[in-house]
Design a protein. Structure first.
Length: 565
């Protein structure tokens, strides 16, 4: 009787202060881990698990693999965050919480199967302690589970949140808060600030443009964390200015970079919290300048002023540096004056001019503003295709355009390159089903390109960060209807598939017919290989969902944006 009362009290403690009907969706692939917001997260010894795809249970993935089986079938009642769960199922009730990064305490039915040598399992009195073997403390099986639950729930309950109506929007918002917390690490080794990752499994590490988009959403919740997320990327900047594509605590390095987005993120964070970020802005400004100078010095193979991504020999990932890994834009394996690279660089130059002005660096403000204007002129001169009414990539060595209807062709809206006439022509693609007006816009490749289009990652599917950039660009030209359309449909897709599958997904079918878990990832859909399965609980989908919802809540007009610049 006393134990049942304690269990009921634990359930109430977890849910106390939460709206009814949130964090109650079960589905395979949801990530669980101890957050760096609550304490240290040692890279080699932090447990990471995901919900099982069959029956009720967890699959431990790091630091070794194990199956935790709670019950057959589907759960009857669920409360699930990234570090706390309380599940009623056919065999009774199982609840648990992370005590720290290395220990997961579970109470109730739990059978451990096939645990690897990197894990230790302790069982006693209806409890199970799963731990990283190198840090295991068996005495923690007696820890106060209710207290652990209360501690784990503190951040998600306390951060400011946009006010949303009950139903899928509110449910999805709370899930996104959980994903944000789960995918945050504490400082570790060479990474001296709290940092965010695309997903605790399988990517791990800190990635350049992911961190920028993550910080953009987090700024509404925790501006200090958003600043850390940006500065963590700069912790391992090379002496020559290179900010590499990713950094891992185990020392892996790369000579590749990623889309320039850090100055944009820094500007938005400062706008959200100008009083708290002055010294931070002064500290990171020279680093931002150096990384953009590196791009301009090392990614202009023909010296003509527009930049080209590095191209890789891997046919499944020709251009990981672009972030558009397997886009057919790069199938030619040639250096291209890339629409996305130059548009984002122009956005960065414009932002740097604004940051220089804030920091009273007047000469530098003029330099960055001149760079922005020059890039916009070159984008229009070399990348605009008048016949298609869209921007396209151009072969750097020949000057020959490579016509393609792609979401990338709309990105110059974000930097202000198009004239008003060009912007209106770009917007028309979003209403044209034969172009980019798919049921869920904006496709990374138009289905009209039958020889290049597929349901494979960047070869057609929709990405939330690209939509976010395009919608901001449309705002810039006061094309409000098109901007609202993109945001509304993007938010609805994130909500729909969270409600059905329990996860926040990496990308979505532009025709909205195939569920995200069934899409291809680099030519295959094979859940046994991480590179070939759509990522679940993906960070920038969660953070940009928060950003779009926060903007809409400020206006009081549903999915209407604030239009902040």
């Amino acid at each position: 009787m006393a134990k049942r009362q304690a269990n009921r009290a634990g359930g109430r403690a977890a849910r106390g202060g939460l709206p009814a009907g949130v964090l109650d969706v079960w589905g395979g692939g949801q990530l669980l881990a101890f957050s760096g917001l609550d304490g240290p997260t040692p890279y080699r010894h932090s447990l990471v698990a995901r919900t099982a795809f069959r029956d009720v249970g967890l699959l431990v993935k790091i630091p070794d693999e194990a199956e935790l089986h709670f019950a057959p079938g589907r759960p009857r009642k669920v409360f699930l965050t990234g570090d706390v769960f309380d599940i009623v199922h056919a065999a009774g009730r199982t609840r648990g919480a992370f005590l720290d990064a290395a220990h997961l305490l579970i109470e109730g039915p739990c059978r451990v199967r096939a645990a690897g040598a990197g894990l230790t399992c302790v069982t006693r009195d209806g409890r199970t302690l799963i731990a990283a073997a190198a840090l295991c403390d068996p005495a923690l099986i007696a820890a106060d589970l209710d207290e652990a639950v209360e501690r784990r729930m503190h951040w998600i309950k306390s951060v400011p949140k946009p006010r949303l109506p009950a139903g899928l929007p509110r449910k999805t918002l709370w899930k996104c808060l959980s994903v944000i917390k789960t995918n945050t690490y504490a400082p570790d080794g060479a990474i001296r600030h709290r940092y965010t990752t695309p997903d605790r499994w399988p990517h791990r590490g800190v990635w350049l443009w992911d961190s920028a988009f993550n910080a953009i959403g987090i700024r509404h919740l925790d501006a200090a964390l958003a600043r850390d997320a940006v500065e963590a990327v700069l912790d391992n900047q090379w002496p020559d200015g290179l900010v590499q594509i990713s950094v891992f605590q185990d020392g892996r390095r790369s000579e590749m970079t990623q889309p320039p987005t850090l100055a944009m993120a820094a500007g938005l964070i400062h706008d959200a919290d100008p009083a708290g970020g002055g010294p931070w802005l002064r500290r990171i400004y020279p680093k931002l300048a150096a990384y953009l100078d590196w791009d301009m010095a090392h990614r202009d193979v023909d010296g003509a002023g527009l930049l080209e991504w590095a191209i890789e020999p891997n046919r499944r990932c020709r251009c990981g540096e672009s972030g558009w890994d397997n886009s057919p834009r790069f199938d030619c394996a040639l250096p291209l004056d890339a629409v996305d690279f130059n548009s984002l660089l122009a956005v960065e130059c414009e932002q740097m001019a604004r940051l220089a002005d804030l920091l009273d660096r007047r000469a530098e403000r003029r330099t960055w503003a001149a760079r922005h204007r020059r890039l916009c002129r070159l984008i229009n001169r070399r990348l605009w295709n008048e016949d298609l009414g869209i921007y396209v990539d151009c072969e750097a060595n020949t000057g020959r355009q490579r016509p393609m209807l792609s979401a990338a062709g709309l990105l110059p809206l974000a930097c202000g390159a198009p004239t008003a006439r060009q912007a209106r022509r770009l917007a028309r693609h979003l209403r044209d089903p034969a172009s980019l007006g798919t049921p869920l816009p904006v496709p990374t490749v138009s289905p009209s390109h039958a020889d290049m289009y597929s349901k494979d990652m960047w070869r057609g599917p929709v990405w939330v960060n690209v939509n976010w950039l395009i919608a901001r660009g449309l705002d810039r030209y006061r094309l409000r209807d098109e901007a609202v359309l993109i945001r509304r449909k993007t938010l609805a897709a994130v909500e729909k598939y969270y409600g059905r599958h329990g996860a926040i997904f990496e990308f979505f079918d532009d025709e909205d017919r195939i569920a995200p878990p069934d899409l291809l990832r680099k030519t295959l859909n094979d859940p046994s290989q991480w590179i070939h399965q759509v990522i679940h609980d993906y960070m920038w989908t969660a953070t940009l969902y928060v950003d779009m919802r926060a903007a809409a809540a400020k206006t009081g007009r549903g999915s209407e944006p604030t239009g902040d610049r």
